[in-house]
Design a protein around this ligand. Structure first.
Ligand code: HEC
Length: 162
């Protein structure tokens, strides 16, 4: 990716300032830089770290699906169970060892989502109100979307490539 940005410096002069800025950000920050073509910030991770984060994402998606199925069945005990599986307990386990690698704003958005799921679980038990739970889930999903609009993940480039 960085090599294509460098190529862009020569091929498309009008974009060179932006590409140069992205490259400078990469040098200053190390792990987070803006991708000129995509617009989202890039988080550079190792293959193992990337697999870990994306694996957690897939758990969030499939967990959201089972949560919706439980809501459609008005099974509030299952709603509470499914939501709490996506709560802070999952967040701490998943993100603890990536704490130094992921940007603070990214961590905060992630934790906000896990906290939301704990609240959905608690309210499902105490209020047993499907519409209320759906409203909460909708708000939570908009936080998923905010993060996806802001960040992308790329593999750390091997050093020898310069
Ligand atoms: C803190 C930021 C953040 C939050 C919150 C977040 N995601 Fe993601 N998610 C990402 C990033 C970054 C990617 C990788 C995108 C890329 O590289 O193009 C991703 C990728 C994914 C993927 C693709 C996984 C794969 O195997 O490729 C799924 C599915 C997903 N997220 C679901 C969700 C769902 C559902 C939620 C909310 C319940 C959520 N995410 C919340 C940042 C986030």
């Amino acid at each position: 990716m960085k090599s294509s940005i460098l190529t862009g410096l020569f091929v498309r002069p009008q974009k060179s300032a932006l590409a140069g800025l992205s490259f400078a950000l990469a040098l200053i920050n190390g792990t987070v830089w803006a991708d000129a073509a995509d617009g989202r910030q890039v988080i550079e991770l190792t293959a193992a770290q990337r697999a870990h984060v994306l694996g957690e994402m897939r758990v969030l998606l499939s967990g959201t699906q089972t949560l919706l199925a439980a809501l459609a069945a008005d099974d509030m005990a299952a709603v509470a169970r499914q939501a709490s599986a996506l709560g802070m307990h999952m967040g701490h386990k998943a993100e603890n060892h990536l704490h130094d690698v992921l940007p603070p704003a990214f961590m905060q958005l992630g934790m906000a989502v896990h906290q939301d799921f704990d609240r959905i679980a608690a309210d499902a038990e105490s209020r047993k109100d499907t519409k209320h739970s759906l409203q909460q889930l909708s708000t939570t999903l908009s936080t998923c979307a905010v993060c996806h609009e802001a960040y992308q993940i790329q593999l750390i480039q091997p050093q020898q490539k310069q």
